[in-house]
Design a protein around this ligand. Sequence first.
Ligand code: SF4
Length: 315
Amino acid sequence: MCCWEELLNDSLAPATCTLCPRRCQAARISGERGFCGATDRLRVARVALHHWEEPPISGCQGSGTVFFSNCGLRCVYCQNYQISLDGYGTEISTQRLARAFLELAGQGAHNINLVTATQYSLEVMEAVQVARSMGLKIPVIWNSSGYENVETIMRLADTVDAWLMDFRYCSAALAERYSQASDYPSVAAAALLAAVQQSGPYTLDSSGLMTSGVLVRFLLLPGLLSDTIACVDQVFSLVGNSVCYSLLSQYTPPAGITERYPELAGQVSAWDYDLLIDHVLGLGITDSFMQEEGSSSADFIPAFDLAGVVNQSVQ
Ligand code: SF4
């Protein structure tokens, strides 16, 4: 009989990686790091219930969130820079990841929330498959920057039930300045269409929890209201009311941003955020979320302390 534990401990990284739109072709299988910072080793920084997502995600018991190390988009203002830019985390096996999913479900998680997992999508597909064979029943949600290859999204069809997708820029110049990704606007538009095609309309169960579809997030940055409005308009023109719109005012300037990007050193103005809300309401959007005043605080950034990552019995 085939032993899945042996198989799962093998690296699943592709010979030359094209999993994300960077298509940097890093030889991860040989230990080379990609643009994202990942090698062939699966790395995770935190596995825990998370209570600060939108209500259909966190519910009353929390979202079973897995924060992966590294990121293909690498925004200069990332609030999770310790893991996304600095690569903090520890190596685990795919088998351990599958067990972590089951532990989250056992703690009462409403869903499995995979934060920036693209660079490990092959390992995640394997882990979800194993966890489901061992009884995982809750929805699996892919929590993404929106910078995704359509092929990778389609490959995830049997793995992912619902999507949390950012739509960060409509301006290629801004995407280049802050994420070195001038192709972001066109890539994110194609990715959104693929995710909607794959998972269908935004759907809640009888308890108000998200079971399928796409929730699109718009992170307002200081002084960039016009581009965020353009993003909302772009998404509405592409997919209308088939998705839910979430307007984020939580931007918190990361340490060290002032020197290189002084325009991002402050917080979002309440005036700008109110104008964004007014714009969304004026479009006739039916499903949307906004954040309460005071959501911009480092207190809402999770501690990346390897909580829940390593289990004494199986790593
Ligand atoms: S996931 Fe990482 S290694 Fe793969 S193409 Fe993207 S940046 Fe390169």
